[in-house]
Each structure stands twice: as C-alpha cells, then as structure tokens.
Design a protein around this ligand. Structure first.
Ligand SMILES: Cc1cc2nc3c(=O)[nH]c(=O)nc-3n(C[C@H](O)[C@H](O)[C@H](O)COP(=O)(O)O)c2cc1C
Length: 395
C-alpha cells in the first residue's frame, strides 16, 4: 500500500485527489459527499460579490457531448466533452460562508482539506471576500482568475479577463496577500498565449501556488438543427483537453518551481498520475464527478494506490514532476540519431495502408514486399499498420 499523503503549501493532504470548485462543491451537502468519498481536499464553489455572476447560476445549462459532438443520453464516453455555462455561488454571502465553515469543520474531522475560492470585480471586493473567507478557518484559498463566462456579462474585468491581465492579476494578489495570512493559490485561465508569464507575475506578487487551470471558451454546433448548442458560446472541457493542461503544468513546474494544483482534464487515476508526473502536487476533478457521481472519487483514490503499487512507487509525492524533468527541448532533440521504419515481412499483409499515409512517400510495395526508402522515422506507419508489422529502429 503506497503512502498517498502529499504536502501542499505546508499542509498534509491524505491523498492528492481533490474536488474542484464547481457544482460538486456547490452546497454543504455536496461538500459532505466529497468528504465522505475520501477526497484529500476540495475547493468550495466560488464565493462572489458579483450579482450578474450569481444570476448566471440560475441560467445554468450543461450537456455532455460524445466524440461526434452529439448530446449523450445514458452512455457518456471516456473522452466526453462537457459543454455549458454556469455562474458562481448564488447563496447569500453569510449563508455560504457559514456552510464553508461547516464543511471545513467536517473536513478537519475526516482529514479533507477545504480550500476557499473567491471572485470579485474590483480590488477592494477581492480583499473583502478574501478576509471573510479566511475567517471560516480554511487553510488556503483560490482566486478564480479563470472563469470562462464572466467576460460575457460583467462590465469590469473579472474571471479569465483578470487571468489575461498580468498587471491587474498582480495588483489583486498583492492587495490580498497584504490582508490575509493563509496561502493564496491563483487559478489560471488557459485562454492566454503564455500561462507561464501570468504564473510568474502572480508568483512575484505573492501567490504561493497556481491551479493549472480553468476551462476554455468554446462554440459547439448542433449540425442537425443548424443551431448552436445551448444558444451560443459556452465553457468547454473534458478529459480530451488533458494534454493542453499538462503542457502548462510541466512548463510552469520547470520554469517557476511554484507548487501546482492540477485541473482541466483529469478523468481517472491514470490522469491524476499524469498531472502529478508533469508537476502537480494535487489534482482536482470536476466534470467527471458530474458525469459519474461522487463514488468516482473513492474509485480514483483506490486506483491511484493500485497504480503506485504496480509501478513500485512507495509514495505519491515521489512522482511529482518526474516526467517534467525528462522533457527535452527541440534543440536537444535535433542532436538525436535518426530512427528508421523497418518491416517484419512475415506480418505484413501488403494492405498498403502505410503507403497511403506515408506523406514523405518513402514506402512502396515492390516484388510482393513492402520496402522502405529514405525514411525520416516519423512513426506514422507504425500507428496505422493493422498488423503491427512496422517498427522503428535506431534513435
Ligand atoms: C459545472 C461547473 C462549474 C464550475 N464552477 C467553477 C467555479 O465556481 N469556480 C471555479 O474556479 N471553477 C469552476 N469550474 C471549473 C472547474 O473547477 C475545473 O477547473 C474545470 O471544470 C476543469 O476541470 P475538469 O476537467 O475536472 O472538469 C466549474 C466547472 C464546471 C464544469
């Protein structure tokens, strides 16, 4: 049995699997269900002082889409798309703060770290929400600089528009860190050219960690009805975005060394391990809990333990960043010896699938054999061959 405990911002988490800020943590009852299912932590649904972001929660709309981007009914595939929009917490501030405090007490008893989450529209508002959240006794707090919806309905910058503006983001972080003493985690948006730049700015401003990251904005077409799904653009995500998130996890880990909470694309224990190997210490889940229910958290934790045991890792902490450290630059890769495709003629059935998809035109059938000419070693043929007859040699 591997030791699943991880240390994030000086706090021990009993395991690295967290429920993200969102509908799975939208109420005390929801948070209780996260805690009961053994999560190492949870991030509360974002507390806001924005009336329009509260109102948007009454308009909440979600659809799981399948690989063809058609609405799922019953069976939700592993690589689902979650498409939709919602606002932030719409309970009265005092009510929500009370519930956060109750969840925090429950979490303290069960060893689940309850993390605050806030979003405002002006610097003084951010500070006020941060102070109120700190009073609930939470040990750390996320700043939601990644909400994909707020730009549509707010006149001042909030959500991802803050996450796109490093000066404003830094000003908010500075103001908050001068006024509260618990660690501040900035939740980034993927809707930027360079997430490392924003992470660096908020780190300099005093953030202790970053959550990488919130969802994208998308537009999905119902081709049969010739209409947009859900009337217009919306937040989009799902397990298929994982490599896009991991790219920023690994770069931020490598370039800044700031602690990272992973989010956006984790479906199961394998994904949790991938986020960790790329550099995240803890990993959040949201959409998959909405697709599969709270029991999925317990299953993920069990399967993470199985994975660590199978691979001989003694602790969850030891896998953090191990793959990020191995990532090479294109310049280094240029020095590598070339690989070349080779064919096992006994397995090849001469279907010519590889010939059709060799875009460097170096494969051909000659005298009843598949032959390889000046190969660049790109590897496409090894993927398309239905017989497993082509492999790469060298490199
Ligand atoms: C229904 C829903 C509500 C969300 N609400 C919030 C929120 O209030 N605050 C926040 O920071 N992120 C919110 N998010 C973003 C999630 O916390 C998470 O970052 C995102 O869904 C990507 O993770 P996933 O791939 O595990 O779903 C929400 C996401 C969904 C799907």
């Amino acid at each position: 049995m591997a030791d699943l405990r991880v240390n994030f911002l000086g706090v021990e988490f009993k395991n690295p699997v967290l429920a993200s800020s969102g509908e799975p943590t939208f109420s005390l009852r929801n948070m209780q269900r996260v805690i009961e299912n053994g999560a190492g932590g949870l991030v509360v649904k974002t507390l806001t002082d924005s009336e329009s972001m509260k109102r948007l929660s009454a308009q909440t709309r979600w659809r799981f889409l399948d690989e063809k981007h058609q609405v799922c009914q019953g069976a939700i595939p592993r690589l689902f798309t979650m498409y939709g929009r919602t606002g932030l917490q719409d309970e009265a501030t005092e009510v929500w703060l009370k519930e956060i405090e109750q969840a925090r007490e429950m979490g303290d008893k069960e060893g689940c770290v309850v993390i605050g989450s806030i979003a405002s529209t002006e610097v003084p508002g951010w500070v006020k929400l941060a102070r109120m959240t700190e009073e609930t006794g939470v040990r750390m707090m996320e700043l939601n600089f990644g909400c994909p919806h707020s730009s549509q309905i707010e006149k001042t910058k909030t959500g991802m528009l803050v996450g796109q503006d490093k000066e404003l983001a830094s000003d908010i972080v500075k103001a908050i860190t001068q006024n509260v003493s618990i660690p501040i985690i900035v939740k980034l948006t993927p809707q930027v050219a360079d997430a490392v730049e924003i992470a660096e700015a908020v780190k300099k401003a005093g953030a202790s960690a970053v959550t990488v990251m919130n969802r994208f904005v998308g537009f999905s077409v119902d081709v049969e009805k010739a209409e947009p799904y859900l009337y217009g653009s919306a937040g989009v995500g799902g397990p298929w975005v994982k490599p896009l998130s991991l790219r920023w996890v690994y770069q931020i880990y490598r370039d800044l060394g700031i602690p990272i909470s992973g989010s956006n694309g984790a479906y199961d224990a394998q994904d949790v391990a991938e986020f960790m190997m790329a550099g995240a210490t803890v990993v959040q889940m949201c959409s998959v809990i909405m697709a599969e229910g709270y029991g999925w958290i317990a299953k993920t934790i069990r399967e993470l333990n199985d994975f660590l045991d199978r691979k001989g890792y003694k602790t969850a902490g030891e896998i953090v960043g191990i793959v990020a450290k191995k990532a090479l630059t294109y310049a280094v890769m240029e020095e590598f010896p070339k690989e070349k495709a080779e064919v096992d003629q006994d397995l090849c059935n001469l279907c010519e699938k590889c010939v059709e998809t060799c875009f460097y035109n170096v494969l051909k059938v000659e005298d009843g054999r598949l032959v390889v000419d000046e190969c660049r070693g790109c590897g496409i043929c090894t993927c398309v061959c239905p017989e497993g007859a082509i492999f790469l040699r060298g490199g």
